[in-house]
Ligand binder design. Structure first.
Ligand SMILES: [Zn+2]
Length: 270
């Protein structure tokens, strides 16, 4: 990757030979689960250089969710679930932040300034929205539209750093929900039998409408049960760990799938 931004005098953000804004795996998956991975990649469009960051900063959790895509891809196989993954770093535009949130195009992340995001023009912001954010979410929308005649349960797969702002985070995995907690409660309870440690309940992050986009919009916004699964990334270093987490999540999901599908539409008043 070039350290200096490239300019070809061409409007837009991506060169023709760069990967698209999203990837879909197993689009026709027949299982009840639909998987999304908002922070699957730490790729930066070539035209943006490195956003002024060092390679080790882009490789860290501020650039993406290390290991999340590896688990999501394996889980897609176990559950015959479609998976939509974002193709670019959250630092270019965060696909799980409402556009009005200051973290949408973050000027700093976990105390690290992001030089390439400082003082952006409205045009520069708009091109990131149109090139990366919108196509990713339109892909999720289209996928869910194709499944409108059968039940779907939405699982948004993330990973988190073991220490943030000096605070140790004890949960090996957390399950977060927005207003309707019933699906999260079922899966959390099942996960206890597969995990060594405490399953986070809306930890390390609760879902909030002002901060989160994917679960509120594609989940409860459609009446679908939806959760965010956060895996602590010190348990996502090796292929064996990716395999083990995907197997744990698949086993827990299978145990509660029938009960979750009996819940009917999600309801904000529960
Ligand atoms: Zn994430």
């Amino acid at each position: 990757m070039s350290a200096a931004p490239r300019s070809h005098g061409v409007p837009g953000l991506l060169d023709p030979d760069e990967p698209p804004a999203f990837e879909i795996v197993n689009a026709a998956g027949a299982g009840s689960a639909v998987l999304v991975c908002d922070h699957a990649s730490n790729r930066i469009p070539l035209r943006l250089g490195t956003l002024g960051l060092a390679p080790e900063q882009l490789a860290d959790h501020i650039g993406w969710d290390p290991g999340a895509a590896e688990v999501a891809r394996r889980l897609s196989g176990h559950l015959d679930a479609p998976l939509v993954s974002s193709g670019y770093s959250r630092l270019v535009i965060d696909c799980n932040r409402p556009l009005a949130n200051t973290g949408s195009i973050a000027e700093e992340s976990a105390g690290v300034p992001v030089p390439g995001n400082l003082g952006l023009s409205a045009e520069a912001r708009a091109v990131r929205v149109e090139t990366l954010f919108q196509p990713y979410h339109e892909a999720i929308d289209r996928l869910l539209d194709t499944r409108s005649n059968r039940p779907s349960l939405l699982l948004s797969i993330h990973s988190f750093t073991p220490v943030l702002n000096g605070e140790q985070r004890p949960w090996p995995v957390g399950v977060s929900h927005w207003r309707d907690r019933r699906f999260a409660a079922l899966l959390s309870k099942a996960l206890v039998g597969h995990v060594d440690g405490i399953v986070g309940d809306n930890q390390p992050y609760p879902i909030e409408e002002a901060v989160d986009y994917t679960v509120p919009v594609h989940g409860e916004g459609r009446g679908l049960h939806a959760i965010m699964i956060e895996i602590r990334n010190d348990g996502l270093r090796t292929t064996a760990q990716f395999d083990a987490w995907a197997e744990r999540l698949a086993a827990a999901y299978r145990e509660i799938e029938a009960d979750a599908l009996k819940l009917g539409r999600s309801r904000a008043d529960i």
